[in-house]
Design a binder for this molecule. Sequence first.
Ligand code: PXP
Length: 239
Amino acid sequence: MIKLGVNVDHVATLREARKGVEPDVVEAALVAQRAGAHQITAHLRQDRRHMQDRDIHALTEALDIHLNLEMAAVKEIIGIAHQVKPYTVCLVPEKRQEVTTEGGLDVAGQRDYLTDVVAGMHDHDIRVSLFIDPDAAQVTASAATGADAVELHTGAYANAGGAAVGEELARLERASALVREAGLALHAGHGLTVGNLAPVVRIPGLREVNIGHSIIARAIFIGLEAAVGEILEALKAGE
Ligand code: PXP
């Protein structure tokens, strides 16, 4: 089955709205784990707008399933990753002013630097995924860094309407074929929902999806366990 990573950043977003202790990120992650999530994904941003350092340490302690740490490839966060040793890191671009991760990492433009970052993670037994747009040059560059996986940015597909939906899906399919040929594990994420997941799940070779916003939003109405369950059903139905 395709692995589901539940991104719990927005549990921390809500907590940080009052800078208090509720809702508890670890409790949410444990509910997602109980509901059948295969991993928990969390983004430790440089501005700490949602996840805090203590959350990442607490998640590592509490979880039986894997932690996928999303992060910018900058010295401070690299040091934290080396110390915490999550199962995987997903390297993402990060801009202070953005609302969410906009666009993929420019791997082609910083290949040598990222090759060193990947090697450093491997030295600490951490797998590396690179979050990239579905673009041939970025896939080729990703393979050259020695990364284990790429996560294709599905945001353009998720935001598309009308004829553009098919075009964006075709872009994802073309890039996915290149990812498979390059021998990288194929992941996808961003903007995925119960409603738009099925065509993505049918992309051959897809191993993992990471989903946050739609699950946490749905959880407000039906609860987190049920919201994770709905996505797992959609994953199964699409396969
Ligand atoms: N994958 C990556 C690399 C991301 O940066 C994000 C957003 O933090 C997600 C997946 C999840 O996206 P969404 O919250 O839109 O489901």
